[in-house]
Design a protein around this ligand. Structure first.
Ligand SMILES: Nc1ncnc2c1ncn2[C@@H]1O[C@H](COP(=O)(O)OP(=O)(O)OP(=O)(O)O)[C@@H](O)[C@H]1O
Ligand SMILES: [Mg+2]
Length: 242
C-alpha cells in the first residue's frame, strides 16, 4: 500500500466463516475486480509451528484454536491499516487456496460487475480481510466497517476440506488426520461462533442482535461463484456508494 492511501478513507471489510466456506476464493476475486482494493489474510498471522497450542489428547497442533494466531499483532495491524493505509509488518503469505481460475466468470458477468463498482465513491480505499476468526472476538470484530460472513452446511464443508491436500504453515506442511475436521475445525468453529446464532445452532440463523452487525450468505455447492461474488460485491457497493 502506498502513501497516497492517506488521502483516502479506509474501509475495512471482513470476509469470515468456517474453513472451506470459500472465503479466500471470494476475497481474491472481489479484490481483483473491485477498484481501490487490497487483500489481507488472517492466516498470515499464524504463529510459528512450535508456538501453536499442542492438543495433548491427540498430540497434534491445534491450528483451529484462536491461540494459534498472533491476535495482538493482527489487531495492531488492523489499527495501523485503518489509521495510515499501510501494513507495518512483513508477512509471509502461504497462499493456501485452490486455483481460483477453476471458477469461471462470464464476460457478461464481468461487464455487469464493472458497472456496479462504478458506484463506489472514489474517496474510499477498500481493505478486504479474509479470516476464519474475525467476529468471535469483540476486539477484532469492532475493527471492521463491514462484516460479511460466508456459510455452507457442515456436510459440504467436511467434503471440501477432505478434498484439500493440506496447508503450508510457517515451518512445515500440515495434512489433516481423518478426525481433524470434526474434532478441531468444526468443533472450534462451533465453540467460537455459537454465541452469534439463535439457540447456539451454527447451522441455523444469526441472532437478531448479530444480524445487525453481520451479513451472511450461504455458499453451498450448487451456488455458482458468480452468485456468491455478486453478493459480496453488492454488499460492498451498498456500503460504499457515493
Ligand atoms: N460456490 C462454490 N461451489 C463449489 N465449490 C466452492 C464454492 N465456493 C468455494 N468453493 C471451493 O471450496 C474450497 C474451499 O475454498 P477456500 O479455500 O476459498 O475456502 P476458505 O474458506 O478460504 O478455507 P480456509 O479457511 O481453510 O482457508 C475450494 O476448493 C473452492 O474452490
Ligand atoms: Mg482460506
Amino acid at each position: 500500500m502506498t502513501n497516497n492511501n492517506l488521502t483516502k478513507k479506509i474501509i475495512l471489510i471482513g470476509l469470515s466463516g468456517c474453513s472451506s466456506t470459500g472465503k479466500t476464493t471470494l476475497a481474491k476475486l472481489a479484490s481483483k475486480y473491485l477498484p481501490n482494493a487490497v487483500l489481507i489474510h488472517e492466516d498470515d498471522f499464524y504463529k510459528h509451528d512450535e508456538e501453536v497450542p499442542l492438543n495433548t489428547k491427540y498430540n497434534i497442533r491445534d491450528w483451529d484454536s484462536p491461540e494459534a494466531l498472533d491476535l495482538a499483532l493482527f489487531k495492531k495491524e488492523l489499527n495501523t491499516i485503518k489509521n495510515t493505509g499501510q501494513i507495518a509488518t512483513k508477512l509471509i503469505h502461504n497462499n493456501n487456496v485452490d486455483d481460483i481460475s477453476k471458477h469461471t466468470l462470464s464476460d457478461q458477468f464481468l461487464k455487469e460487475l464493472v458497472n456496479k463498482t462504478q458506484y463506489i465513491d472514489k474517496k474510499y480505499k477498500l481493505v478486504i480481510v479474509d479470516g476464519f476468526m474475525l467476529y468471535n472476538n469483540h476486539d477484532i470484530s469492532s475493527e471492521f466497517d463491514l462484516r460479511l460472513f460466508i456459510r455452507a452446511p457442515y456436510k459440504t464443508l467436511k467434503k471440501r476440506r477432505d478434498a484439500r491436500n493440506g496447508y503450508q504453515t510457517l515451518d512445515s506442511f500440515w495434512v489433516d488426520p481423518p478426525y481433524y475436521f470434526d474434532e478441531f475445525v468444526y468443533k472450534s468453529y462451533e465453540e467460537n461462533h455459537r454465541s452469534l446464532f439463535q439457540h447456539g445452532d451454527v447451522e441455523g440463523k444469526l441472532t437478531t442482535e448479530s444480524s445487525k452487525e453481520i451479513k451472511d450468505f450461504n455458499n453451498d455447492d450448487g451456488v455458482s461463484i458468480e452468485e456468491s461474488l455478486s453478493w459480496v460485491i453488492d454488499q460492498i457497493v451498498f456500503y460504499c456508494k457515493d
